[in-house]
Design a protein around this ligand. Sequence first.
Ligand code: ARG
Length: 237
Amino acid sequence: MAALLALIVITVTPAHAEPRIVGGVVVDNPDEAPWMVALTLSSGYQFCGGALVGSKLVATAAHCVYGRAPGSISVVGGRLDLRTDGGSTSVVAKYQVVEGYSTPSRGKDIALLTLAEPMPYAPLPVAATAGVYAGGNVGVVYGWGRQAENDTNKSPLLHKASIPIMADEQCAAAYARFDAQAMFCAGYPEGGVDSCVDDSGGPFVVDGRLAGIVSWGIGCARPNTPGVYTRVMTYLT
Ligand code: ARG
């Protein structure tokens, strides 16, 4: 069974993709993404990503926190390798979810967390011009999530992948639930490079600004099945 799965994965992986983080690479420069944070349980288990947008403010996906007690969520900053204890940790003091949020495929998948302790890392500025969402613009997505759709072995190392934004009409053709106010899509028509499970909440960065938040998709890195991201500019300014 394991051999069969491996074969299937190899067959659908296009030539330009590397066989890890669904087409990404390890981030090894700590200055590249100082604002990147992991959301963990008190056990240390990483379940989502996020980005500092202020010293005590983290932007993440609503579905990462909705229904959880703020104090049960720990935020870890300044740590690329989650096996180490470098960087800073803070519990969440409180959070806000967009009014009317229900489930990622209905949009509004964004939350702002307020940390109990400030973090000494440069925050990520928020996208400020609608032009960042033009089809073909390339963004970089960051996360500690799965490296293949069926891979339950996550890497403790932060990964990133560069992915082009898909035009809204193309995304609407891929997903009946696509809502261009609330979301945008990113992916190659042939698949192979994508965010995946446990990358949720992590930033999609265009020109050094927070443009999107990992929200949902069908499977990971499948052809004609882009990743769907929260259109941050609709909700944060
Ligand atoms: N909902 C997933 C999570 O909880 C993220 C899925 C992103 N999927 C994708 N194909 N880009 O981590």
